[in-house]
Design a binder for this molecule. Structure first.
Ligand code: NAD
Ligand code: UD1
Length: 335
């Protein structure tokens, strides 16, 4: 099968390309390098021994997208490309709506013209809003989001559902990720945030490496065992494997819209992450307790039962693996 992976040089995309190549898929990537580097293509080759065809076009350029479908006999698409910084989306909503929505609509229109109707979408646990129960299950549906970024994910889910209603030949998988961290065990690919990171693990890495002075832990007065927030962290390689399972499901099932949580089902607190990181890597992460961050929920984690039953997928890596692999990638970057 020939798969087009949008955003395939980014954090989750690159790990998924590796897993697809290892399962002998033919992979084509479109990535405009907004948040990635062409060097990732060579890293993927170093890991898998296989070559990926990369187009550095922008999904906003519909003609360029069409050309990719003309030149390649694409069977299915995994759509990672988009902007993802929550805080930035609050400051620049139009930029987020423009890129995330227009690129998706262009892509879907071109797919339809070429009669390619299998689509896997990167959604997020953020679409649940605050459902009042920390264990998120797919039947809860979409809630009120707290950022334009989150709203783009809700809107795209809705667009995809409407598309299926209009034409039930489409097979669509909405994958709702929890908190992806970690890196490939080779240390060759991982997450490389520009500037000061917002997310926890990238911040820990920059403190551990000495690039930033101290980690602020946003609140220790939540109603959790140690007072810090609890999240469901998922190793990016487990997450990438979930995409291969989702494609396999689309190839072997009736058309429809399938929705899955991709998480471990287990929550860890911020302090547990910091302590585990220090223990497995033997490095210090300077930290202090700071005020709560606006918009944070005390606790949420996935109910991953549906993915287990229908995709035969579950996470395999431990928190220790996530901390070790994240640091291994960072060490290679700063060497
Ligand atoms: P990333 O920024 O590392 O990867 C996205 C890639 O898309 C980048 O390489 C970027 O250059 C490319 N891109 C962006 N706009 C483009 C455009 N118009 N045309 C072509 N390429 C474009 O992000 P990631 O962490 O790998 O996330 C992948 C997807 O998963 C995103 O849609 C994100 O919203 C979603 N997601 C991520 C997380 C997370 O914590 N990382 C959580 C939930 C959902
Ligand atoms: C955030 C986004 C979510 C997005 C996800 C993955 C918000 C409100 N939510 O989730 O929409 O899908 O990232 O990209 O932004 N923390 C600290 N200090 C830090 C950074 C984080 O204590 O410097 C804490 C946070 O309070 C939180 C936990 O670490 O409890 C995880 O934070 P983060 O990595 O930003 O992910 P989320 O907030 O869960």
């Amino acid at each position: 099968m020939k798969v087009l992976v949008t955003g395939g040089l980014g954090f989750i995309g690159s790990h998924t390309v590796v897993e697809l190549l290892e399962k002998d898929y033919d992979v084509i990537v479109i990535d405009n390098l907004y948040n990635s580097e062409l060097a990732v293509k060579d890293k993927i080759k170093q890991i898998t021994g296989k070559e990926v065809k990369v187009y550095t076009d922008d999904l906003l350029d519909k003609q360029a997208v069409d050309k990719i479908f003309v030149e390649n006999d694409i069977d299915e698409v995994i759509h990672f490309a988009g902007y993802k910084a929550v805080g930035e989306s609050v400051r620049k909503p139009l930029m987020y709506y423009h890129n995330n929505l227009m690129s998706t609509i262009n892509l879907l229109e071109v797919m339809k013209e070429h009669n390619v109707k299998k689509f896997v979408f990167s959604s997020s646990a953020t679409i649940y809003g605050d459902p009042g129960n920390p264990k998120y299950v797919e039947t809860m549906g979409r809630g009120k989001t707290t950022s334009p970024y989150g709203t783009t994910k809700c809107m795209i889910e809705q667009i995809l559902e409407d598309l299926y209603v209009s034409d039930n030949e489409w097979s669509i998988s909405l994958l709702r990720y929890f908190n992806p961290i970690g890196a490939h065990e080779s240390g060759l690919i991982g997450e490389k945030p520009n500037g000061i990171p917002n997310n926890l693990m990238p911040y820990i890495l920059k403190v551990a490496s000495g690039e930033l002075e101290i980690l602020n832990i946003f609140g220790n007065d939540y109603n959790t065992p140690d007072g810090t927030c609890i999240r469901d962290y998922i190793h990016v390689v487990d997450l990438a494997k979930g995409h291969v399972c989702a494609l396999d499901k689309l190839e072997n099932s009736a058309s429809g819209v399938y929705v899955y949580n991709l998480g471990s089902g287990k929550g860890y607190s911020v302090l547990e992450i910091v302590n585990t990181f220090e223990r497995v890597n033997g490095v210090k992460v300077n930290h202090q307790i700071a005020p709560r961050r606006a918009g944070d929920l005390a606790e949420f984690f996935a109910d991953p039962t549906k993915a287990l039953n229908e995709l035969k997928w579950k996470t395999e890596k431990t928190l220790e693996d996530m901390c070790r692999d994240s640091w291994n990638f960072m060490k290679k970057e700063i060497e």
